[in-house]
Design a protein around this ligand. Structure first.
Ligand code: BTN
Length: 255
């Protein structure tokens, strides 16, 4: 099923997610996409800032009217993560992996982050905003020093300048496919694709919540609601919040 996308492009905006929320206030339609050359207040997960250097990245937010029960809308973030991984593959040839909950990595470094928000306004259908930030043309020195060891861009991996429009089109195309898949066939098929692309399944992981490690174990996979199942010494735990770090060869935890 296709989505008829309407793209609204801005030179500079506070955050494409915030602009999407304002457009929802004006009753914008299913498939509205906000893109920006730069964001002055880019938002990351868990209240973090998202560094959004001018022209270097692909910063965009997609507004959808969920066609699944409201309590399941977080599953769109898995549809988005696999759409980004496949869109990157189709537009650049690079193979990426996904990491719970919805990061996309290239050789263990983060190339994309996804921020999903639910908007329920009075007298309007519920909307979901899927905010996607893809590092496209940055070089290492363009990233803040504290993330340089864990971030990467498509240009750094290909050694070529990236046509951001091509990447955007490929991701939006896959997102139309995977959101229809979720709506028509449920989470099972996306979970299978996500698991095949996952860098955490079967691996030793650390779960970090509010900056503190709270659990060590082996990641088993996703349950029906997208929670990460982790086998710890206390049994199988269901993780619904926080970040996952993978155990590195030196016994420490990376990314
Ligand atoms: C994360 O913390 O990994 C999520 C980052 C999401 C960043 C994107 S960039 C486009 C959209 N607008 C925002 O303000 N955030 C998301």
């Amino acid at each position: 099923m296709t989505i008829s996308y309407t793209i609204k492009h801005y030179d500079s905006i506070d955050s494409t997610n915030l602009e999407a929320r304002r457009l929802i206030g004006q009753n914008c339609g299913h498939g509205t996409v906000v893109t920006a050359e730069s964001q002055t207040d880019g938002k990351g997960r868990l209240g973090r800032a998202w560094n959004s250097a001018r022209g270097a990245g692909l910063w965009f937010s997609v507004v959808l009217e969920p066609r699944i029960p409201v309590h399941q809308v977080s599953l769109y973030s898995f549809a988005a993560a696999v759409s980004v991984a496949e869109g990157i593959q189709l537009s650049t040839g690079l193979s990426s992996q996904v990491k719970w909950p919805n990061d996309v990595l290239l050789k263990g470094r983060k190339v994309c982050g996804i921020l999903l928000e639910l908007v329920a306004e009075r007298n309007q259908p519920v909307r979901v905003i899927i905010g996607i930030g893809i590092n496209a043309n940055q070089q290492m020195e363009d990233f803040p020093e504290d993330v340089q060891h864990k971030a990467v861009s498509l240009a750094m991996e290909t050694g070529k300048s990236i046509d951001r429009k091509q990447v955007l089109d490929a991701v939006l195309d896959r997102l139309a496919f995977y959101s229809a898949e979720l709506e028509q066939n449920g989470f099972a098929a996306i979970r299978e694709t996500w698991t095949a692309l996952s860098c955490v399944s079967g691996k030793a992981v650390q779960i970090v919540q509010q900056g503190k490690p709270v659990l060590y174990g082996t990641a088993l996979g996703l349950d029906d609601d997208g929670a990460l199942l982790v086998q710890s010494e206390h049994g199988t735990e269901r993780i619904t919040a926080g970040d996952v770090s993978l155990r590195a060869a030196d016994g420490g935890y990376a990314v």
